[in-house]
Design a protein around this ligand. Structure first.
Ligand SMILES: C[S@@+](CC[C@H](N)C(=O)[O-])C[C@H]1O[C@@H](n2cnc3c(N)ncnc32)[C@H](O)[C@@H]1O
Length: 311
């Protein structure tokens, strides 16, 4: 196994077990990363099983080609998983997919590579795009955004109490010099956030917020979940791992909506058994156990939620 494949997948066994893999089934891994979950899915598929993986990061795509070259059951798609429905339709697989796995957020190789601009502790270009070939970098956005928009992003996506202070400090700084590196931004934030009682680096929340905004992470998750029921076969499973409370809330609400009685039917004289619920919830939310946390502290905030298409 080369260095590129050493990313430790979070909730690996739990998330794949939740898909209840059928050897001849069709599966989607929406977040290939370094292929930890994909490898476990493939190990449970027989010769006619199929795995279609997505990643928006060109580096993940290169790893996928290298790692699973020659495996006829595997295919990698260099797209945002938000086009899941279209891709599946183009392959005439709508309603035929047996499982969709989403392990959202950034991978540790993305985070650890200073050149990607996700880390406040190493100097690198202030980029933060999971797909550097699309959209605008964090530096470009911060060079033009209004203070109130910056503050809103920090407050909503980072729950940053000092959002206004940080936003004004960014505007002041950029009037002198453009902010182009991660360390420049981290220093601006550190200078205005009070250190008292801080358990994490003062820039943690702001970096997370800017990354979520730049990659449209929450919108994309919502748009994708809305497509999942059409993509899945009856009995097909959805397995979502999230690392952030806002992402988990979106998944939780989606599953709640899909597993509740349709409100339009409430007034009709029908029996409980006749009520059509598109999905059923499978088990409770799952968190990483002590053993996994010892090996991989990154798993601390991970939450897995699972649902199954029933109609
Ligand atoms: C947490 S890692 C996944 C790790 C993977 N499960 C493994 O075992 O290696 C998330 C990966 O999903 C990708 N990703 C995140 N959001 C995405 C999106 N909306 N569309 C496509 N890929 C996405 C990231 O580029 C990253 O490679």
């Amino acid at each position: 196994m080369t260095e590129k494949f050493t990313h430790q997948p979070v909730l690996l066994q739990e998330a794949v077990d939740a898909l209840a893999i059928k050897a001849d089934g069709i599966y989607i891994d929406g977040t290939f990363g370094r292929g930890g979950h994909s490898a476990l899915i493939l190990s449970q598929l027989g010769d006619v099983g199929r795995l279609i993986a997505f990643d928006q990061d060109p580096e993940a795509i290169a790893v996928a080609h290298e790692r699973f070259a020659g495996d006829q059951r595997f295919e990698i798609v260099h797209e945002n998983f938000s086009v899941l429905g279209e891709v599946v339709k183009a392959k005439s697989l709508t309603g035929k997919v047996d499982g969709v796995l989403l392990d959202i957020g950034v991978s540790s190789p993305q985070f650890d590579d200073a050149e990607r601009g996700f880390s406040f502790s190493q100097s690198g270009p202030l980029d933060m795009r999971m797909n550097p070939q699309q959209g605008i970098s964090a530096a470009e956005w911060l060079s033009k955004a209004e203070a109130r928009d910056i503050a809103r992003v920090l407050r909503i996506y980072g729950e940053e109490k000092f959002a206004n202070k940080i936003a004004f400090a960014i505007i002041d700084q950029r009037e002198e010099n453009p902010i182009t590196t991660t360390l420049e931004l981290a220093n601006i934030i550190s200078a205005v956030v009070p250190k008292k009682n801080l358990k994490k680096h003062p820039a943690t929340r702001s970096f997370q917020a800017i990354r979520i905004y730049i990659n449209r992470e929450l919108e994309v998750l919502q748009e994708t979940l809305e497509q999942v029921n059409d993509v899945l076969a009856i009995g097909g499973r959805l397995s979502v791992i999230s690392f952030h409370s806002l992402e988990d809330r979106i998944t939780k609400r989606f599953i709640k909506k899909m597993t509740s009685e349709p409100s339009a039917l409430h007034d009709l004289p029908i029996k409980n058994d006749d009520i059509i619920k598109p999905m059923k919830k499978i088990g409770k939310s799952i968190k990483a156990g002590e053993k996994e946390l010892e090996k991989n502290p990154r798993a601390r905030s991970a939450v897995l939620r699972v649902a199954e298409r029933v109609s």
